[in-house]
Design a protein. Structure first.
Length: 395
């Protein structure tokens, strides 16, 4: 019953996280596009630009003021809860999977020996420290230079990625890079964008002219969020693909994704603004090259099946020792009433049927056995990998 409730809690929160993320990303992409599509209004100098759109059988006209309108409208729509709920549901999901199951999913003794409390403390502390470091970068003198600031933010993410890869399990480390970036993004909304918009509104209510710097700061942070969105989405779905988090250079793969995602957004931002210069045009080919490089890096770890043929009897012994206590029609492990995800290794045909999953979970990564509680050795993992590479024969 506990396992059933855990699965439902995980599924429902994941669903809520996805829905909130769609709403946040949708508004982010729309407003960046809207800013890029604005064209100068000739008859009104207080208007920074206007954009005409057609959708759903109707025409829309959007106008953006240089700073703010002279008079506050009766109804003003805010966009903030999408960001807040995306982070809250994401953190709740991470807590259920990686904090509650810290010994199995967050900690890897082969990477770093820690108690669950220490691991969780490092996780939460790194997210807070990441935001503080990022905010200080933006407020420093280099914050006025777009290119220099971009390099600084990238280096900050690189330090975090390297640190996570040498602290947590491969899967948890890769996900944490996404959470690290996502925390910066939602903190931008909570600490900078919304407060600055409130200051502008307060000035209008007081009959004062709002300071333009508040809008400029909010726009800078919003643009950062736009460029970081695609890498975060990649990290969100990465836990299904051990070719990323299971590689010894997983943190390098993550940084490659950050670069590729940023380049893709740069192309579309330039395209939507009607200012696609040679740099913008080069962004997509460069992103494709970056992705091809990541594929090459991940492929370097795959076995080619060369070497001494592996006897299935050896594989059967490893599976019986480390896997079948959970993955069986009648599990003997007290934590499981039935085989996780229905994966069972009771017969040789079962073992062969799930050879790809064995390779993904126990060779390319050390995800299984959970927390390596049965102490599967590197030699045993290599033998399993060689067996899979040789065709996973059982006779």
């Amino acid at each position: 019953m506990t396992a059933l409730l855990f699965d439902w809690a995980s599924l429902l929160i994941r669903w809520a996280h996805m829905l909130a993320g769609i709403m946040w990303i949708g508004t982010s992409f729309y407003f960046i596009w809207l800013d890029a599509s604005l064209r100068k209004a000739k008859d009104n100098p207080s208007i920074a630009g206007e954009s005409w759109m057609v959708h759903g059988g109707g025409f829309y006209q959007a106008e953006k003021y240089t700073v703010a309108p002279e008079q506050l409208p009766e109804e003003l729509h805010w966009f903030k809860y999408e960001a807040y709920f995306t982070w809250l549901t994401g953190f709740a999901l991470m807590s259920i999977i990686y904090y509650w199951g810290a010994e199995a999913f967050l900690i890897s003794p082969s990477v770093q020996v820690m108690t669950p409390g220490q691991a969780i403390g490092l996780s939460v502390g790194s997210l807070v420290a990441g935001w503080i470091a990022y905010d200080l970068l933006c407020r420093s003198p280099i914050g006025t230079s777009t290119g220099t600031l971009a390099i600084g933010v990238f280096l900050l993410i690189a330090v975090a990625a390297f640190g996570y890869a040498h602290t947590f399990s491969g899967r948890a480390a890769f996900l944490h890079i996404g959470v690290f970036i996502g925390t910066i993004m939602v903190a931008n909304v909570f600490f900078i964008i919304i407060p600055n918009q409130k200051k502008t509104v307060a000035a209008l209510i007081a009959g004062e002219v709002p300071d333009a710097k508040y809008g400029a700061q909010a726009k800078q942070r919003s643009l950062h969020n736009n460029y970081l969105t695609l890498p975060v989405l990649f990290m969100m779905i990465s836990n299904h693909y051990p070719i990323t988090y299971g590689h010894p250079l997983s943190w390098v793969i993550a940084l490659g994704v950050v670069v590729a995602g940023g380049l893709i957004r740069h192309f579309y931002n330039q395209h939507d603004a009607g200012a696609l210069d040679w740099k913008g045009k080069a962004a997509l080919p460069l992103a494709a090259l970056a992705i091809l490089a990541l594929i090459a890096v991940s492929a370097s770890r795959l076995g080619d099946g060369s070497g001494e043929p592996v006897d299935f009897a050896e594989v059967r012994q490893i599976v019986n020792t480390h896997c079948i206590s959970c993955h069986s029609a009648t599990p003997t492990d007290e934590g499981f009433e039935e085989a996780p995800l229905g994966v069972m290794f009771d017969t040789p045909k079962d073992v062969r049927k799930y050879a790809a999953q064995i390779n993904a979970q126990s060779v390319l990564t050390d995800t299984m056995p959970l927390g390596n509680m049965t102490e599967m050795t590197d030699k045993e993992r290599q033998l399993l990998g060689a067996w899979v590479a040789q065709g996973a024969e059982i006779e």
